[in-house]
Design a protein around this ligand. Structure first.
Ligand SMILES: [Zn+2]
Length: 189
């Protein structure tokens, strides 16, 4: 569990921001000790945030936020596209595990966005591109396309009535950001 107490949305946002600062400075790693491994089955999991990000191997969600075991509920798909299973996972992380924040984390040099810009996918990869293509159509700038794709994932999350209601009630906050794979910095929007 986190070394700082996380009770509020603000605490959770602060933990993500601080965690990324520590990662950038290589100051601290998340707690993956044997002690926490043995504690967590009894205590259960109480992740403070749901992180929805890309499967890209250069985007290691827990490392990026200096998070250890039990802190983040992570959902990863290529291009962080969101369908029914992902929405169900997000609802579960918020409603049943009590995550205070849902963070959509895009990144630069995203292969899924690039492939969608060129519209070259085969097999089930094309299904992923089909999620991205409508939101980036007409846009030639890759950075802008990545931003549009992040915004689309946020919109998709808000299609969940459960999340929409919990957001309106102030129970959870949806935030987004973009990870720079060269510097390690997350720019929060
Ligand atoms: Zn990506």
């Amino acid at each position: 569990m986190s070394e700082i107490t996380i009770n509020t949305i603000e605490d959770a946002c602060r933990a993500l921001v601080q965690g990324n600062k520590c990662y950038v400075n290589a100051q601290k790693k998340g707690n993956i000790s044997q002690i926490i491994k043995s504690q967590i089955p009894e205590e259960g999991q109480k992740p403070y945030a749901v992180v929805v990000t890309c499967s890209d191997s250069r985007v290691p969600a827990e490392y990026i936020f200096s998070a250890g075991i039990g802190e983040l509920f992570v959902i990863r798909t290529a291009g962080h596209v969101i369908g029914d299973f992902e929405l169900g996972s997000i609802e579960y992380g918020v409603k049943y595990l009590g995550a205070k924040v849902v963070c959509v984390l895009g990144h630069n040099h995203c292969g899924a966005v690039k492939a969608a810009m060129g519209n070259h996918g085969k097999g089930y990869v094309q299904k992923i591109l089909n999620e991205i293509i409508p939101v980036i159509t007409g846009e030639k700038d890759v950075e802008k396309c990545e931003k549009l794709n992040i915004e689309n994932s946020v919109s998709r999350i808000m299609e969940s009535d459960m999340i929409k209601n919990l957001t309106a009630e102030g129970y959870v906050k949806i935030i987004s950001g973009k990870y720079d794979i060269e510097t390690g910095i997350v720019e929060f929007y």
